[in-house]
Design a protein around this ligand. Structure first.
Ligand code: HEC
Ligand code: HEC
Length: 202
């Protein structure tokens, strides 16, 4: 992907947030009782103690979480482990869940900073891919662009490979971009981003 494309996509992406998800103010995390029970069912896989291949969702951006849940419902994104997890929830319930998880603090993932050779390889891939144009400084993300810093390494690795090899097709821009990187560069970027510590806050 040429830099001009990246810049245009970045400005489009950062411009708009789905309604109801732009801000997380007081009470953003509160849920009605029926939804609270549903939210508890996510913890085994997404909580702070979950396995390395499970993405952290607590502290992720609300608009991004909402769009992913919508994609799992529609089949635009599919994974057997998420099958049925968000079925039967309407749009307002998805938004409430997204805001609930977004209001959690981002948990520590236990990763060590990447080793020196992975770090060098990752830095040059990240600069070639202009990741920060969209994922922003400190890889903090915003709105519909996910936070990457401190996400779990195995999950980052798997999802970047899935973009590249077609297993995750809900973002043509990320798929096009990943097609340009070797599997080794992708592994290095996953290790680097998981261990990225510059910015501890969400
Ligand atoms: C059995 C384990 C399991 C349960 C239960 C589960 N999930 Fe997931 N979830 C996963 C896995 C594994 C992925 C990554 C799958 C993939 O690569 O597409 C995922 C992905 C996600 C994502 C996308 C994360 C990202 O960074 O892109 C969201 C959002 C999500 N789940 C929300 C939920 C919610 C909300 C619930 C409860 C209502 C839930 N999940 C229940 C295993 C689970
Ligand atoms: C043009 C903007 C743009 C650029 C440049 C970009 N990304 Fe993304 N990225 C996105 C968007 C938007 C998403 C969310 C896609 C979706 O909704 O499924 C995303 C998703 C991701 C995810 C999935 C996170 C998760 O929780 O599942 C990873 C990992 C990722 N990007 C890494 C990278 C890396 C590494 C680079 C640089 C090599 C990069 N991105 C460059 C916009 C971009």
């Amino acid at each position: 992907m040429r830099p001009a494309h990246v810049t245009i996509l970045a400005s489009l992406l950062l411009a708009a947030s789905p309604p109801g998800l732009a801000a997380t103010g007081d009470g953003a995390g509160a849920l009605p009782a029926a939804l609270a029970a549903r939210a508890q069912s996510c913890a085994a896989c997404h909580g702070p103690e979950a396995a390395a291949e499970m993405p952290i969702i607590g502290g992720q951006h609300a608009a991004y979480l909402y769009l992913q849940m919508r994609d799992y419902q529609s089949g635009n994104r599919a994974d057997p482990r998420m099958a049925g997890a968000v079925d039967g929830l309407d749009r307002d319930q998805l938004i409430a869940l997204a805001r609930h998880f977004a209001a959690d603090p981002w948990p520590a993932n236990g990763a060590e900073p990447a080793g020196q050779s992975a770090r060098q390889q990752a830095r040059s891939a990240i600069s070639a891919g202009e990741c920060s144009q969209c994922h922003l400084g400190g890889f903090k993300g915003d709105s519909r662009v996910p936070r990457l810093a401190g996400q779990r390494e195995d999950y980052l690795h798997a999802t970047l490979l899935a973009f590249k090899h077609g297993g995750r097709s809900n973002s043509p821009a990320m798929a096009d971009l990943m097609a340009g990187f070797s599997d080794e560069e992708i592994a290095a970027m996953a290790a680097y981003l998981a261990g990225y510590r510059d910015d501890a806050s969400p």
